[in-house]
Write a protein that binds this ligand. Structure first.
Ligand SMILES: [Zn+2]
Ligand SMILES: [Zn+2]
Length: 236
């Protein structure tokens, strides 16, 4: 029999620890999978490089490269909290109107709910509202790092990821992706050592960044970058 869901414990997953409000543009730290509002975590990482929840070191110098928009999480929050999405869209409209800036198409599209497995396509965002305010009416401002769409497929007899389309910084390393996969298929990040990641059937080194992989292995191909994870086979 299914246990009844305790809504109060569920609410803690929908709340940003930094602003104590419901998650807006839910953004997840790749290494530990804790989520925050995008604007909250981006601002926080200006001065700190550890996860506000578990204190894990995200990255010594480029913590922003190890967070990603979590569209699925945002969808769940919007579905669970009635009117939150409408309120947020209203707030954004007001933000632009007050500053006499036309509401950019991409910004308004951002807050629409997604559906279907390809819905993470086009998730890359142009900065936070605060970034836009700083840049005045320059709506072409892009967030600090270039983003890349990646689709992760399973090799051998490994289980498939529930979320195989991901969006992350081009500076994300193969190592981080291994941790991500390990967390999702084994329930912990420690078993990343038992995984290998391949692009075009070629083994990728753990320190390769996605930028490197794109430039050297994916050259003229269209996104998303296709990677495959397999169980490591040790050569004796
Ligand atoms: Zn927040
Ligand atoms: Zn954390």
């Amino acid at each position: 029999m299914d246990e009844p869901i305790d809504l109060s414990t569920l609410a803690s997953h929908f709340t940003c620890k930094l602003c104590k409000g419901y998650l807006i543009e839910a953004t997840t730290i790749i290494e530990c999978l804790h989520s925050f509002c995008k604007s909250c975590i981006v601002r926080y990482l200006d001065d700190d490089n550890r996860c506000p929840t578990c204190q894990m070191l995200i990255h010594q110098s480029h913590p922003l490269s190890y967070i990603m928009l979590d569209r699925k999480m945002q969808d769940i929050v919007y579905k669970a909290v009635p009117r939150l999405q409408a309120r947020e869209e209203e707030r954004i409209k007001k933000f632009y109107l007050q500053r006499n800036i036309p509401v950019p198409q991409q910004e308004s599209k951002l807050f629409k709910s997604s559906s279907g497995p390809m819905s993470n396509e086009g998730d890359t965002v142009n900065g936070t509202l605060e970034d836009l305010a700083d840049k005045g009416s320059n709506c072409n401002y892009h967030r600090n790092d270039q983003q890349v769409s990646v689709v992760m497929s399973e090799g051998d007899s490994l289980p498939a990821l529930r979320k195989k389309y991901i969006h992350c910084s081009i500076y994300t390393t193969i190592m981080s992706l291994k941790r991500y996969v390990s967390h999702h298929i084994y329930g912990n990040m420690e078993e990343h050592n038992s995984l290998d990641i391949f692009c075009q059937k070629e083994l990728m080194g753990k320190d390769h960044s996605l930028e490197f992989v794109l430039k050297t292995r994916w050259r003229s191909k269209e996104p998303p970058l296709q990677l495959e994870y397999r169980e490591r086979v040790d050569v004796i």
